[in-house]
Ligand binder design. Structure first.
Ligand code: PGA
Length: 251
């Protein structure tokens, strides 16, 4: 059985004080939660404070991005080792906003994935088609290319630490969610791609989150699909109550 994983992607939201307030509320309900892996991904500036606030709980910390080099002249970037120092265990890589606004290609995402795995950070690798891809019947081709490109060259041992997030771009922040059937179809397809890339055992064990306007009202039905193992939550993760309800829907 795959353990569900629900991650809150706070994007570029929350000051340090606001982040601590939010995580303090989340902690009240989820500190002991062990049936679901719960990951909080605040902006870099709040990682340290959130890390301290969740010490001793079941909650886990994730970052939203990182550079692939370990150190050096890369102004504005943050390395895996710096995240590890703050007790980050996860990092979101290749989010569609990074692909669209910051030019991240599958090749770049792949370098980051490799660097994260080498540093013992679990990558949450995001893939998903644009609306025009879906309308043109290209969803599977686009998603397959992203999965193969972003995760190229990972060993079976490394795959054990990989989480994939399927996020149809047209569903992110739009209030328009994929139907459970649409999402399930793509999740099952991604699993079949992983089977071809590695083997059946990894395909069965890799966790695939759904992301894109997931909220308390639709979480249970989405996560109830056989190949959906949790959620990557944007907007609804900024409110403690909504986020807690989504985690509870995954239990
Ligand atoms: P959303 O964002 O839940 O606000 O649609 C999801 C994401 O971008 O990870």
């Amino acid at each position: 059985m795959r353990k569900p994983i629900v991650a809150g992607n706070w994007k570029m939201n929350k000051t340090v004080a606001e982040a601590v307030a939010l995580v303090t509320d989340i902690k009240r309900d989820l500190a002991e939660c062990s049936g679901v892996d719960v990951v909080l991904c605040p902006p870099f500036t709040a990682l340290s404070a959130v890390s301290e606030t969740i010490t001793g709980t079941q909650l886990d910390l994730g970052a939203q991005n990182m550079h692939w080099e370990a150190s050096g002249a890369y102004t504005g970037e943050v390395a895996a080792g710096m995240l590890r120092e703050l007790f980050c265990h996860y990092v979101i890589l290749g989010h569609s906003e990074r692909r669209a606004y910051f030019g991240e290609s599958d090749e770049i995402v792949n370098k980051k994935v490799k660097a994260a795995l080498a540093a013992n950070l679990r990558p949450i690798v995001c893939v998903g088609e644009q609306l025009e891809d879906r309308d043109a019947g290209r969803t599977e081709a686009v998603v397959e290319q992203q999965v193969r490109g972003s995760l190229a060259g990972c060993s079976a041992r490394e795959w054990a630490d990989v989480v994939i997030a399927y996020e149809p771009v047209w569903a992110i922040g739009t209030g328009r969610t994929a139907t459970p059937e649409q999402a399930q179809d793509v999740h099952a397809f991604i699993r079949s791609v992983v089977r071809e890339m590695v083997d059946d055992s990894i395909a069965q064990s890799v966790r695939i989150q759904y992301g894109g306007s997931m909220k308390p009202a639709n979480a249970k039905e989405l996560i109830g699909q056989p190949d959906i193992d949790g959620g990557l939550i944007g907007g609804a993760a900024l409110d403690a109550r909504s986020f807690v309800e989504i985690v509870q829907a995954a239990l």
